[in-house]
Design a protein around this ligand. Sequence first.
Ligand code: CO
Length: 137
Amino acid sequence: MKATLDHVGIAVRNLDEALGFFRETLGLELETSEDVASHGVRVHFMRAGSGWLELLEPIGSSSPIAAFLEKRGPGMHHLALRVEDIRATLAELRTRGVRLIDEEPRRGARGALIAFLHPSSTAGVLVELTETPRSML
Ligand code: CO
């Protein structure tokens, strides 16, 4: 199984403040914004070299990102690794005893299939696996 870095997810309370740093100060460009209502989140993707930053804004008070911000404040939320076949990868991880948050892939932003792994199996980091359409690489 080979995985490459796809993006780093960052929970933001104030989008303009985050853009003030990543866009105005660092010069990264905001390429796409999209609501993923099923996850209670609005995502903003910024190209950063061969990978991306994903700014995560909560939609509604029941959003998992709202809960994260409440508990931990703004900051790094997850690391996303791109794999070629997410279903095969999940099956392999299952046989290796890795604890999965998502047993089956679900639809994420940018038309990707995604699944989260539990931090108790991943050195304490919330890891998202993503099978990203080639047009978004
Ligand atoms: Co993500």
